[in-house]
Design a protein around this ligand. Structure first.
Ligand SMILES: [Zn+2]
Length: 409
């Protein structure tokens, strides 16, 4: 069997329950879940796009890869990326990305052909047929990263594409995205490993009251130029308005993970897995060597029916650029510990049977649980590299303008 092609589809802001819950029609994505491996407890490393992709594409946590926000960071230059490793192994590597994943961030390093489109301005238009046409000209074996913005806030879906900010708008966007992707899936031969995930989850207003609060927050940010006069309040409201990036709640870090294709038998796995495991797993399935010293590990043993010991997941919420105010966290299947600066940590019990309880801080009650989690955090932090920027003023300005267009600033 020749080396398989790889389609890595990352749907921005795709929550785990959008695919693994049964309330949204997603027959095309579901067909991969019923043929391949579903990981129902996959957690993203951060809740902001660029740092999250940096982790997926390097297998490293942010302290190691250095991308700690959407603005002002460039991927550490001496790390081998997924695209570089596959390129060295003889793959043709293609990236079709959007949103803040600009070449200036360094995360497109190693792709033979990397295209950034402003697809977020016109979701569901223009880009798909061109991408499908290009896919037909790809030379085997190929690796393609396809990042799409169709589920990102504000939610827009056919038939009228009106901007929406609520739960039903989100669900309509997910269903339309599934349908819209069919020709992309059809362009893949049987010898293609298809990987589907979200870069992070999403928080949407669920009740009329929450919708009112969001509307008021959007107005206040726009009208009063809060970023200039009250940056702390602006940061608070940004979380509400953007829908992700400023917290590590379960619906923000839980994402679907589906891997289907040659060498992957059908199975559904509830063990916690992490985005940093993606690169080593797909490399393992394709016989590509991964660099040493990364934070992730191959999940192929799980796919092959063997067991792997549980591993904690490191995560952080960095907003656009929270610097020292970022929230760092560690999650296991049963617990989540969060820490902001020098504040007292928070510990939450994640009770799978009745839904996660992220309201009651039980840090003082379970020191024997908290201690090893804090030690794990300290260990990840110990591997911290000084973030690289190295961007020219012009590059910084390009990134800033894009973030403005996307509503982050
Ligand atoms: Zn994102």
């Amino acid at each position: 069997m020749p080396a398989p092609n790889v389609l890595f589809l990352a749907i921005d802001s795709l929550r785990a329950d959008a695919i693994f819950g049964n309330h949204i029609e997603t027959p095309n994505i579901d067909s991969f879940a019923s043929a391949g491996a579903s990981f129902t407890q996959c957690v993203s490393t951060t809740t902001s796009t660029t740092p999250s992709f940096s982790s997926m594409l390097t297998g490293c946590y942010p302290p190691k890869h250095g991308v700690r926000g959407l603005q002002g960071y460039r991927l550490r230059s001496d790390l081998t990326t997924w695209a570089q490793a596959f390129s060295e192994a003889g793959y043709n590597t293609h990236a079709e990305v959007t949103g803040p994943l600009l070449p200036e961030t360094g995360i497109l390093r190693g792709f033979d052909d990397a295209r950034h489109r402003q697809g977020y301005k016109v979701p569901f238009f223009n880009w798909r047929d061109e991408v499908v046409e290009r896919m037909h000209s790809y030379v085997d074996p190929w690796f393609m990263l396809l990042h799409i913005w169709e589920v990102h806030r504000p939610y827009r879906a056919p038939p009228d594409f009106t901007k929406r900010w609520d739960r039903s708008g989100y669900e309509a966007a997910v269903a339309a995205t599934d349908e819209w992707l069919k020709p992309v899936f059809d362009a893949c031969s049987d010898n293609t490993i298809v990987v589907i995930t979200g870069d992070h989850g999403e928080d949407y207003p669920d009740t009329p009251m929450e919708q009112k609060v969001l509307r008021a927050a959007r107005k206040a940010r726009g009208k009063f130029k809060l970023g200039k006069w009250f940056p702390w309040l602006d940061k608070k409201l940004s979380g509400l308005v953007v829908g992700h990036g400023f917290a590590l709640y379960e619906h923000l870090v839980r994402v679907p993970l589906i891997i289907a294709g040659p060498g992957v038998s059908h199975g559904s796995y509830s063990q916690q897995v992490r985005h940093v495991d993606l690169f080593p797993t797909i490399a393992d399935l394709c016989g590509v060597q991964v660099p040493g010293g990364i934070d992730g590990r191959s999940l192929k043993p799980i796919i092959d029916g063997q067991s792997l010991p549980d591993e904690p997941a490191y995560m952080e919420a960095v907003g656009v650029k929270l610097e020292g105010n970022r929230i760092e966290g560690v999650r296991t299947e049963d617990w989540k510990l969060l820490k902001t600066g020098s504040n007292r940590p928070q510990l939450f019990k994640l009770d799978g049977s009745t839904g996660p309880d992220e309201k009651r801080n039980v840090y003082g009650k379970f020191p024997e649980v908290a201690r090893p989690l804090e030690e794990f955090l300290a260990g990840v932090r110990a591997g911290e590299v000084v973030a690289e920027s190295g961007m020219t003023e012009e590059e910084e300005a390009t990134v800033e303008q894009h973030l403005r267009d996307l509503g982050y600033l």
